[in-house]
Design a protein around this ligand. Structure first.
Ligand SMILES: [Zn+2]
Ligand SMILES: [Zn+2]
Length: 304
């Protein structure tokens, strides 16, 4: 089996050890992987042992994984109006940054947070303030925080490109920030990922508000809900409301070719008996390839 050439990857489990995600990525023949560096549902953090760190680096060196991305804990709300929760969120995010640094993970993806009815401008300023404090406390880290576009559920911030731009503009060290797109979130937030032409218009808007250079990670998920529903429900590629033509436009854009494009779809077995990750990666492979004679032959063998 060939390696997936298009910088496609998947969010993989760290059950039984962080390095297991790398081993699974190797088995899937993918070139990038996303991980949680800790249990994402817990506030408590067990420090990484030297043994865990060594095993991670050793496994990384032995595998052909080109890029690793981390996603932070869903408990973190850097926009929280509650002083105690804001403090806890900052302290856990600090830990997330340090773990990425230790594990040599260059990108940490985070959702900007929820303003809990304090207002969007208030919330965006609150997130920037938290990041400014952390950046000041932790000078010289290499890890880049990627603010993820959200579906805009409840009082969640980040469902407009302008929100992410505003946070970056309000920070004192903007070079430590970048952006993560998520196709399911974008459609749910109302962005027109409903055709190739729609996707081109979304990219044009992204160019005007954020700039394509700032996009460092993309989450490739289809959406169970149609455009504008403001709920976050991931679906397998080509099985939801985003047509393959929109995915094709995005994955082949020259600006996004070499950045990690990660699946965050359910780890189930598909009706044909293959794990869904394999099926989704095969779909992405087909979208990412220009139809040469050799590829056409390969495509015939891959049932999608
Ligand atoms: Zn996310
Ligand atoms: Zn995502």
């Amino acid at each position: 089996m060939h390696y997936h050439v298009g910088m496609f990857g998947s969010h993989l489990s760290i059950a039984g050890g962080l390095h297991n995600a790398l081993l699974e990525a190797q088995q899937l023949k993918i070139s990038c992987v996303q991980v949680f560096t800790k249990n994402q549902r817990q506030w408590q953090v067990k420090p990484l042992t030297n043994e865990q760190i060594d095993l991670w680096h050793k496994t990384r060196a032995q595998t052909k994984i080109r890029q690793v991305v981390s996603h932070d804990s869903y408990l973190i709300n850097l926009a929280s109006p509650d002083p105690e929760n804001w403090k806890k969120s900052k302290s856990l995010f600090r830990e997330e940054l340090l773990r990425c640094e230790t594990l040599n993970i260059p990108f940490l993806v985070t959702h900007p947070g929820a303003h809990m009815r304090q207002g969007e401008d208030w919330g965006l300023a609150r997130v920037a303030k938290a990041l400014n404090q952390l950046h000041k406390q932790l000078p010289g880290l290499k890890v880049i925080t990627c603010l993820e576009v959200t579906a805009g559920q409840g009082t969640a911030l980040g469902y407009r490109f302008e929100h992410l731009r505003k946070i970056i503009d309000l920070t004192t060290q903007p070079q430590r920030l970048a952006v993560c797109l998520d196709t399911a979130h974008m459609l749910a937030a109302g962005y027109e990922l409903t055709s190739a032409a729609g996707c081109r218009r979304v990219i044009a808007e992204l160019t005007d508000t954020i700039g394509l250079d700032l996009v460092q990670v993309i989450h490739l998920n289809d959406s169970k809900v149609p455009k504008g529903k403001r709920v976050d429900r991931h679906e397998h590629i080509g099985h939801g409301h985003i047509p393959l033509s929109a995915f094709r436009e995005l994955v082949n854009h020259h600006h996004f070719r070499s950045i990690p494009k990660i699946l965050e779809t359910a780890k189930e077995i598909s009706p044909d008996g293959r794990p869904w990750d394999i099926v989704n990666l095969a779909t992405l492979d087909q979208l990412g390839k220009r139809p040469t004679k050799r590829n056409l032959n390969t495509q015939k063998r891959i049932k999608v």
